[in-house]
Ligand binder design. Structure first.
Ligand code: DOR
Ligand code: ZN
Ligand code: ZN
Length: 449
């Protein structure tokens, strides 16, 4: 048999150790991993030069924008950024224009994306106004639903727990996970209105409005609803405090189907960093105290954190620079830096490489039903990133492929550089450059079990 390609002189992390091997790829899948002498003949031999081959990162929290928000990011620029960062699959958030919240908006978005994306892309939908319409969205292939609780983005009244329960019950029946941005709308609204009345437009006011209690209140509401909505599963996005994390760890212990995402910015930056970074580092939820940062790392160590996602949320420089803090758009570019930052944490012994791969690849695949992805194994998709594990380099946001060429990690020294990215066996990124055509990526449609 002649396969499509063989990657030779590779090192791969297999069953707990780094081994020298070759990888045969056929029709987008890993056909064989083994000794070079055991490889089939191939149309193409690619010499990996003893670098490390890892499963491509699955970033389950990316805002690709495009459509009417293309001025911030497009499917091309966002997925080019992903490929450069060693991310082979992204799950796209629905707060777009138009909002992804119906089978029509989802269908349309998938069609546009299919012509432009460079990596695999799955799509979340916001909840429609009526739970009856959930079925059609699932049929269209949404990988999950998103509930943004800080304000109403989709059709659900985010203050109405009964309506949320009905929708969660419906997605529970269909076996589709929900991702939740947990910040309580009514608490936030009350605090923001009060600050505005008092003519407070500063960062301290923002941090107070978006404090730990706003997050915890929403986390507790949703934990309660998950307990009532049969078979519902909720992935909590960007958990940022010790309190939320311990509430979620408790909920897990009591058998509730909840999982936890943390972001690199909440793991590696703290509130005090706003002093040097300024409001361009503003995110929702915001950066927290050092105690909370420490708690997130403890949560990783204890196994209470399931995934690391970037919350790649591109905006223009102008949008990050408003005179009132309430007008500053929250969010940072992140898909290009998530893997080097996590590999740097591995070098610093904050976690093992195996654990980083679990958080970045295996668990996201498991939670979002991407059975063919997340691991380097025979039969899985050939979504691979080759990293120069020991290479040190400086993050340079001005060189990002994302339109949002700024980062709180700009100028950081990191170690572990993605040098090649393969998506479905096809080389998409080589030495930092995109070598595939827009549209060569795949739109992922969730198939019902
Ligand atoms: O920082 C954020 N930016 N947090 C969110 O939840 C939304 C996101 C965005 O879309 O810009
Ligand atoms: Zn969010
Ligand atoms: Zn987000």
């Amino acid at each position: 048999m002649i396969v499509d390609s063989v990657l030779t002189n590779a090192k791969a992390y297999l069953k707990g150790e780094i081994v020298d091997c070759s990888i045969a790829i056929e029709e987008g899948k890993i056909q064989k991993i083994g000794k070079e002498t055991h490889m089939p003949k191939a149309d193409q031999i690619i010499d990996i030069n003893h670098k490390l081959v890892l499963p491509g990162v699955i970033d389950s929290h990316v805002h690709l924008r495009d459509e009417d928000k293309a001025y911030k990011e497009t499917f091309v620029t966002g997925t080019a950024a992903a490929a450069v960062g060693g991310v082979t699959t992204v799950l796209d958030m629905p707060n777009n224009s138009p909002v992804t919240m119906s089978s029509e908006t989802l269908h349309n978005r998938m069609e546009i994306a299919a012509r432009r994306v460079l990596v695999n892309v799955g799509f979340y939908s916001e909840f429609p106004t009526s739970a009856e319409k959930i079925g059609a969205i699932v049929e269209e292939g949404a990988v999950g639903f998103k509930l943004f609780m800080a304000e109403q983005v989709g059709g659900l009244n985010v203050d109405d727990d009964q309506a949320i329960l009905e929708s969660f019950t419906q997605v529970g029946k269909l076996g589709v996970p929900v991702a939740v941005h947990a910040e309580d709308h009514s608490l936030l609204k009350f605090a923001v209105e009060n600050f505005k009345l008092r003519n407070r437009h500063d960062l301290a006011a923002y941090l107070k409005a978006h404090d730990e209690n706003a997050e915890l209140a929403a986390v507790e509401r949703i934990i309660d609803i998950v307990g009532k909505a049969e078979n519902s599963r909720v992935h909590f996005c960007h958990v940022s405090t010790q309190k939320s994390l311990s509430a979620l760890a408790e909920a897990k212990k009591s058998g509730k189907a909840v999982t936890v995402e943390v972001t690199p910015h909440h793991l590696m930056l703290k509130k005090d960093d706003y002093g040097s970074l300024g409001v361009s580092a503003l995110t929702m939820p915001p950066l927290r105290s050092q105690e909370n940062v420490d708690a997130l790392w403890k949560g990783i160590e204890a196994g209470d954190v399931d995934t690391v996602g970037s919350d790649h949320a591109p905006h223009t420089v102008q949008e990050k620079d408003a005179s009132s803090i309430w007008d500053v758009k929250a969010g940072v570019s992140g898909v290009e830096t998530i893997l080097p930052l996590m590999l740097t944490s591995v070098h610093k012994n904050m976690l093992t490489l195996a654990h980083a791969l679990e958080l970045l690849c295996e668990k996201p695949a498991e939670i979002f039903g991407l059975a063919e992805k997340g691991r380097l194994e025979q039969g899985k998709s050939a979504d691979l990133v080759v990293v120069d594990f020991n290479q040190k380099f400086k993050i340079d946001a001005s060189k990002f492929k994302s339109k949002a060429k700024f980062s709180p990690f700009d100028k950081w020294d990191v170690q572990g550089k993605p040098v090649m990215t393969f998506v479905g066996g096809k080389l998409v990124m080589d030495e930092g450059e995109i070598v595939a055509k827009a549209g060569s990526g795949t739109v992922i449609r969730r198939t019902l079990p």
